[in-house]
Design a protein around this ligand. Sequence first.
Ligand SMILES: CC(=O)SCCNC(=O)CCNC(=O)[C@H](O)C(C)(C)COP(=O)(O)OP(=O)(O)OC[C@H]1O[C@@H](n2cnc3c(N)ncnc32)[C@H](O)[C@@H]1OP(=O)(O)O
Length: 160
Amino acid sequence: MGPLEADGYVFFQLTKKDSAEVAALEKKCFSTPWTEKEFNLSFEQKIFKVFGLKKDERLVAYIAMYHTADELEILNIATDPEQRRKGAGKRLLALMLCIGQKLGIQQAFLEVRRTNIPAINLYEQMCFSQIGVRKQYYKDTGEDALVYQCNLADFTRSQC
Ligand SMILES: CC(=O)SCCNC(=O)CCNC(=O)[C@H](O)C(C)(C)COP(=O)(O)OP(=O)(O)OC[C@H]1O[C@@H](n2cnc3c(N)ncnc32)[C@H](O)[C@@H]1OP(=O)(O)O
């Protein structure tokens, strides 16, 4: 897929050559970040896909997922701390869901820490609903994971 441009953002698919840049952003955004080596290894799996938003040539947000025949499992979504609350996260997730619809994807799933209010608000603003809890899922803090699901048919194209 070629890059798409709108409102100063460029939406594009990342590949193995982008591992260092995405790992650097990951490090700014997560307490237990994936390393460049982990991204490199993940990119070798066919089902692993990463999409990003660039502004002024810099990666400002990315979303990593497993993409199977009819499902997306969203692994990570993050926006550079200096670029937050400007709509990048919403734009990236909406673009992903729109592309997913076009590819015939039925459902998207993700897990989020119970205390991660910014991310939970983002998902609930889109088409995601909580479907379960994984108790003490996160090893670092023992926190629960909330499991969210989106039926892509419920996602309206006006959000794209
Ligand atoms: C599956 C997983 O990856 S779970 C982990 C999610 N990622 C992280 O926790 C990494 C650290 N956090 C981040 O990178 C960002 O805060 C993200 C990705 C959650 C949100 O990215 P942003 O680009 O700031 O989101 P965006 O500006 O599009 O905001 C979308 C909505 O999210 C919610 N939101 C975003 N930030 C906040 C906040 N600080 N407090 C409350 N709600 C928030 C709001 O509902 C917001 O909509 P609004 O601005 O109309 O009120």
